[in-house]
Design a protein around this ligand. Structure first.
Ligand code: NAD
Length: 324
């Protein structure tokens, strides 16, 4: 089966793709390679913007996956107009040409950020999605654009992913667990900006299994799915990272607790993904920390700008006046 992955050279794609090759899939990637190429040599890669693809380019693929765009709030706020183009228009365009080209399934990497600020309720896919910030708004727009294209011949599976964490060959140190892990090792302190807010955390191995479940799901399945390994308060994440570092690296780290207002606070139910996709996460913050420790030698150059999306993006884009 042939699979085309836009943005496949990123953090999630670099873990997912080796697993797809292992299962015998024929994988092609189109990507702008903002963060380099860490993919196995047998993957066919094309340096291209999604907007330069045409219907002919997607013909013959069974599944097309969108893993591209601006993948966090700082990038979105640095360049709000690019954010809406790459996060809302690009998946819409890719979905449109995929459907026109006879592709059978489209998988979209959305985000739990669409839930914005909620008050202590467990949100499922029918709960209101209201975000006031460029990243959350654009991820919802991308989702709406692709989900409304679904029909009996074109399956659309749209994920709302929690914050992904863990080791990837294309490493990111700007994601909550990874960031705490890195600062703990550099500063011997974990700073928790607000201990009471909730975040769904998604271990990167669990993220890869979610995509595999979606690729292999029955052809008539479509829909929006929350995907997470578990819900945690940020205060608890801090404790678990500290305990993991003490246990596995024998290093004592202190916690610095602040009470800074955050505009994102949500916890999600993954019942639908369990029931419909057979998605059963195996990771938790403890196992994510263990995974980071096991791979530490591969990302010890903590100040490599490639580990921080906004640092690379700043060199590619000029800030917009509206961003301030
Ligand atoms: N990592 C997370 O915690 C997380 C959580 C929720 C949702 N998501 C979503 O999952 C997707 C993948 O996340 P990631 O962490 O792997 O991202 P990433 O930033 O590591 O990778 C994104 C990749 O997309 C490429 N790209 C961007 N725009 C492109 C375009 N127009 N054409 C071709 N290539 C383009 C970049 O070069 C990069 O290789 C994103 O859509 C992100 O919004 C990520």
């Amino acid at each position: 089966m042939k699979i085309l992955i836009a943005g496949g050279a990123g953090y999630i794609g670099s873990v997912l793709i080796p697993k797809l090759l292992e299962r015998g899939y024929d994988v092609s990637v189109i990507d702008l390679f903002w963060f380099g190429n860490h993919l196995p040599g047998e993957v066919s890669v094309l340096r291209k913007d999604i907007f330069d693809l045409e219907v002919g380019d997607v013909k013959g693929y069974e599944t097309v996956i969108f893993l591209a765009g601006l993948s966090n709030d700082p990038m979105a706020e640095f360049s709000p107009s690019k954010n809406f183009v790459y996060n809302a228009a690009a998946p819409a365009y890719l979905g449109y040409i995929a459907k026109k080209g006879g592709v059978h399934r489209f998988i979209y990497a959305g985000s739990c950020s669409v839930y914005g600020y909620t008050v202590n309720e467990l949100y499922d896919e029918t709960s209101p999605a209201v975000s006031n910030y460029p990243y959350g708004i654009s991820k919802l727009q991308g989702e709406q654009a692709v989900i409304q294209m679904k029909d009996k011949d074109f399956s659309v599976i749209a994920f709302r992913q929690g914050t992904v964490s863990g080791y990837s060959p294309r490493m990111r140190l700007d994601l909550v667990v990874n960031t705490m892990f890195k600062t703990a090792l550099i500063e011997k302190t974990i700073t928790v900006n607000n201990p009471s807010i909730w975040r769904p955390v998604l271990g990167i191995q669990d993220a890869a299994s979610a995509y595999i479940r979606a690729i292999e799901a029955n052809g008539d399945i479509s829909g929006i799915f929350n995907i997470a390994s578990g819900n945690y308060t940020v205060g608890e994440i801090g404790d678990l990272v500290r305990n993991g570092i003490r246990e596995h690296l024998k290093i004592d780290v202190r916690l610095a607790i602040n009470h800074i207002q955050d505009y994102r606070n949500y916890k999600v139910s993954i019942d639908k993904a369990r029931k419909v996709l057979s998605f059963h996460p195996k990771q938790d913050v403890e196992s994510i920390v263990k995974d980071l420790v096991a791979n530490l030698d591969k990302f010890k150059d903590f100040d490599n700008p490639r580990y921080y999306n906004i640092q690379v993006f700043r060199t590619l884009e000029k800030p917009e006046k509206t961003a301030k």
